[in-house]
Design a protein around this ligand. Structure first.
Ligand code: IMP
Ligand code: MG
Length: 186
């Protein structure tokens, strides 16, 4: 998609370009390849936000990995998060004794991943590490550290490269800040 494509009109700015993303994803893939030598990790993509990042990342990991996906949603309203996560789509196979990598689009409050990590630990994974494209540390509500990340970003609502607003903008190749007028701001 060209940078003057119509979808870009809803962004106030591009925060991370596709070139920066591709370079960071490649480097991350090499890092994971080195760290997991001799292992066959199970790489779990969290639907739907992580799919674009996931598909690029696994092609940069030179290991006999296994792919899995999970879809989750937070219980309760947006204003009153309980931290409990509802599993909408579960793993196809069990992960007992496996080295697990959870791939997420963004760590915001940290509630989703903190719950998921505990759940997968209880299911008997040998190890669990968190891989995220973006990290927004300013918004953290629970203590959670990503083991691998590509970019730390400020507290702004971003879309593109898999991230959505109301299921839209996932297909923008770059990561951009959504213009406040789209969600009723100024
Ligand atoms: P949390 O870390 O449990 O608060 O949840 C992270 C989830 O919130 C992500 O998987 C995204 O779906 C969503 N999210 C948080 N910040 C953004 C953003 O800036 N743009 C798009 N989605 C976001
Ligand atoms: Mg989302």
């Amino acid at each position: 998609m060209e940078r003057d494509a119509k979808l870009y009109a809803d962004l106030s700015k591009v925060l991370v370009t596709r070139e920066e993303i591709h370079a960071a994803v490649k480097k991350l893939g090499q890092q994971i390849t080195a760290d997991y030598q001799g292992k066959s990790p199970v790489v779990i993509g969290i639907l739907k936000g992580a799919v674009v990042f996931y598909s690029d990342l696994i092609r940069e990991i030179d290991l006999p990995l296994r792919t899995e996906f999970m879809a989750v949603s937070s219980y309760g309203s947006a204003t009153k998060t309980t931290g409990v996560v509802k599993v909408l789509k579960d793993l196809d196979r069990d992960i007992v004794g496996q080295d697990v990598l959870i791939v997420e689009d963004i760590v915001d409050s940290g509630m989703t991943l903190s719950y998921l990590k505990k759940m997968l630990t209880d299911r008997g994974a040998a190890s669990i590490r968190i891989v995220t494209l973006l990290d927004k540390p300013a918004r953290r509500r629970v203590e959670l550290k990503a083991d691998y990340y590509c970019f730390i970003i400020p507290d702004e609502f971003v879309v593109g490269y898999g991230l959505d607003y109301d299921e839209k903008y996932r297909n923008i190749p770059d990561i951009g800040v959504l213009h406040p007028r789209i969600y009723g701001g100024e």
